[in-house]
Design a protein around this ligand. Structure first.
Ligand code: NAD
Ligand code: MG
Ligand code: MG
Length: 330
């Protein structure tokens, strides 16, 4: 693991970092680097809604290709499905000896971008959403992160990537060195099987089971969605055994005897199949094709699920819980 003392911010002295995109990760990286004393410019299309926001935050905003020209380090923080097109827009600004940097390895690992041999190619991937990357930096803590070097043209790629990770606060939480392949495949697996796909279906299935059996939807919401955070917070702080120490013996006995009936052999097999599709590139091909087709089924599925009753009930209940800080999640 690399911590603050292992990284040297002066690697970025005299260099400019160009952040392309100002969304979830982009705003957090740009602001954290600026607060760490690094020269930052932001690359956005003039029509982008984010231009005004970045300027309000005191950042210089340029067209993407101009930002890339200005940058010695060019961090691409637009959605993965746009990397191919955005790289075409900025490639003339990427000079020999520059570093092309990513927040996730998808586009390099699956060949959506093929950078020239005379630039460094690396990734700095915070293991958390952008808004937490910003919030924890401000609080003096930091989201852990991964770094990887795909191409080391200058011989300094690793030191520079580590300096960047320090500038956004990752070395406070700890940084692991990995490869583009491992970062990409584990990240996709995590979000599909556990963090996003697995968890949302678990919640929806639990909610549907209770409401389908005639229980009050509000009770179901509190039970399977609201309380999930409280349990996950305990796991985050103390591990699974530590969480089990805090819950009642009744809850713990139910956990130990019932959990494996919910996540059984069928689910483990599905996880293994999902990992296989990620490793073979089948998932990447599917997602790239979905984008070429205009994201039609993606948008339809998004809308369908946003209409689920758990969303309507949850919105109403959350509106009464004014301590829930939504500002960071908008
Ligand atoms: P996002 O959707 O939040 O932000 C996208 C930004 O890109 C917006 O500011 C948008 O205006 C801008 N943009 C769109 N098209 C553009 C163009 N043609 N030129 C310039 N800018 C353009 O994206 P995100 O979720 O922050 O993801 C960015 C990268 O970070 C991805 O590679 C993603 O995998 C990675 N990542 C994201 C998270 C996360 O928490 N969201 C976590 C780890 C890694
Ligand atoms: Mg991830
Ligand atoms: Mg991801």
């Amino acid at each position: 693991m690399f911590y603050d003392d292992d990284a040297d911010l002066t690697q970025l002295d005299g260099k400019t970092v160009a952040i392309i995109g100002y969304g979830s990760q982009g705003h957090a990286h740009a602001l954290n680097l600026k607060d760490s004393g690094v020269q930052v410019v932001v690359g956005l299309r003039p029509s982008s809604d984010s231009v005004a926001k970045a300027k309000e935050h005191g950042l210089e905003v340029l067209e993407p290709v101009e930002a890339a020209s200005r940058g010695d380090v060019i961090m691409v923080l637009v959605p993965d499905e746009l990397h191919h097109d955005v790289y075409e827009q900025i490639r003339d600004g990427v000079a020999p000896g520059n570093m092309l940097l990513f927040g996730h390895g998808f586009s390099i690992h699956y060949g959506e971008i093929e950078p020239p041999a005379d630039v460094d190619v690396a990734l700095v991937a915070p293991k958390g959403p952008g808004h937490l990357v910003r919030r924890q930096y401000l609080e003096g803590s930091g989201v852990p992160g991964l770094i990887a070097v795909q191409q080391d043209a200058t011989g300094h790629a690793r030191d520079l990537a580590l300096a960047y990770a320090k500038g956004i606060g990752n070395t406070r939480g700890g940084v692991i060195e990995t490869t583009f392949r491992d970062e990409t495949e584990t990240d996709l697996f995590g979000e599909q099987a556990v963090l996003c796909g697995g968890t949302t279906e678990l919640v929806r299935a639990g909610y549907d089971t209770l409401v389908g059996a005639g229980y009050d939807p509000r009770l179901a919401y509190f039970e399977v969605l609201h309380e999930l955070k409280l349990i996950v917070d305990l796991m985050y702080e103390k591990g699974i055994a530590g969480m089990r120490y805090s819950i009642s013996n009744t809850a713990e006995y139910g956990d130990l005897t019932r959990g494996r009936r919910v996540i059984g052999a069928e689910t483990r097999q599905a996880m293994s199949d999902i990992l296989g599709e990620i490793q073979s590139g089948a998932f990447a091909r599917e997602w790239i094709a979905e984008n070429r087709a205009g994201q039609e089924s993606f948008q339809r599925m998004r809308e369908e699920q946003a209409g689920h009753q758990v969303e309507v009930v949850g919105k109403e209940l959350r509106s009464q819980m004014d301590w829930i800080d939504t500002a960071f999640h908008e």
